[in-house]
Design a protein around this ligand. Structure first.
Ligand code: B12
Length: 254
């Protein structure tokens, strides 16, 4: 049997120098360099909700736009967590604790934002049938709300019928769907065909770990996107009149 040492892979890709570094030491090399932003990103990594809020408060007091910190500081911290998880240096509970701290931080940034929004439009957000991974969906929902959208969050493991019924009832400008597993992402296809059968031609923006652009491009209503931070930009583009073809031209990778 081949004996693979994950540490050698980290060394091979310059994530780890040839020494016995702890996850914290590896993370130190990945955090953003600006001291305020770094403090917030680091406290997301540590899952310290109080310190996340304290760091955000200090940064906002120095004149930084609260909403910009969602992407630049909070998500930056979560990216470090994801990287270390993927390399086997962190465990599942670490991911969940950090995600909770990040969501707490997003809520704080939203409260601190001076922008007063009238609802720009309705959006339905959900995790596909059979899938309970809802951390990414929660981030997408919070980001959309922070950008002035009225989000109907249907939750996780949402039956196809329920998604379609909500689309009929609420008449959203778009749907945002999350799937983290290769076994569950096929539910996008059923949502697509049932919406079309009901004459609902609304874009279904799809993302989450398992999903690929090729897979989503096979469905008429599908728009693929990788970054949660791009979902509000897609919604804004819909309000500016972009149809599904133009959304794909703009947001798909070419
Ligand atoms: C946390 C986690 C869990 C938690 C979920 C807790 C929760 N409330 O969500 C628990 C422990 C419950 C869990 C359970 C399971 N899990 Co799990 N889990 C993970 C893990 C480690 C992290 C996922 C996560 O939350 N990441 C952090 C968030 C912030 O990232 P995210 O969800 O990807 O979202 C980001 C983007 O994708 C994007 N995004 C998300 N949604 C959307 C939507 C749109 C429109 C856009 C544009 C972007 C976007 O924005 C987010 C921010 O960047 C992943 C491993 C991994 N590396 O992804 C495995 C993983 C997803 N799990 C996996 C599996 C197999 C399972 C189980 C089946 C395990 C089991 N045998 O029981 C069960 C599933 C049960 C079920 N029916 O769903 C596999 C899936 C494999 C596959 N490709 O099919 C993974 C990949 C682990 C692995 N490597 O094998 N899991």
């Amino acid at each position: 049997m081949i004996d693979i040492n994950p540490k050698n892979i980290l060394i091979r890709y310059n994530i780890l120098v040839e020494s016995d570094m702890t996850p914290e030491e590896v993370a130190e090399q990945l955090f953003p360099t600006d001291p305020h932003i770094r403090r917030v990103a680091k406290s997301v990594f540590e899952g310290d909700e109080d310190e996340v809020v304290a760091g955000l408060q200090k940064t906002i007091d120095s004149g930084v736009d609260p909403l910009s910190l969602i992407n630049n500081a909070l998500m930056a911290g979560m990216e470090v967590v994801s990287t270390l998880y993927d390399y086997g240096l962190l465990y599942l509970p670490d991911v969940i604790i950090s995600a909770q701290a990040m969501i707490e931080g997003i809520e704080y940034c939203k409260e601190q934002s001076k922008q007063v929004h009238e609802s720009k439009g309705k959006i339905i957000s959900y995790v596909v049938e059979g899938d309970i991974h809802d951390i990414g969906k929660t981030i997408v929902t919070v980001l959309l709300r922070a950008n002035g959208y009225d989000v109907i969050d249907l939750g996780k493991d949402v039956p196809v019928e329920e998604v379609v019924a909500a689309a009929k009832r609420e008449k959203p400008i778009m749907l945002s769907g999350t799937a983290l597993m290769t076994t569950t992402m096929h539910a996008f296809k059923d949502v697509n065909s049932r919406l079309l059968a009901s004459d609902i031609n609304v874009p279904v923006v799809c993302g989450g770990g398992a999903v690929t652009q090729d897979f989503i491009s096979d469905y008429d209503l599908g728009v693929y996107c990788e970054e949660a931070a791009d979902v509000p930009k897609i919604a804004d583009s819909i309000l500016h009149g972009l149809n599904i073809r133009k959304l794909r031209d703009t947001f798909h990778k070419h």
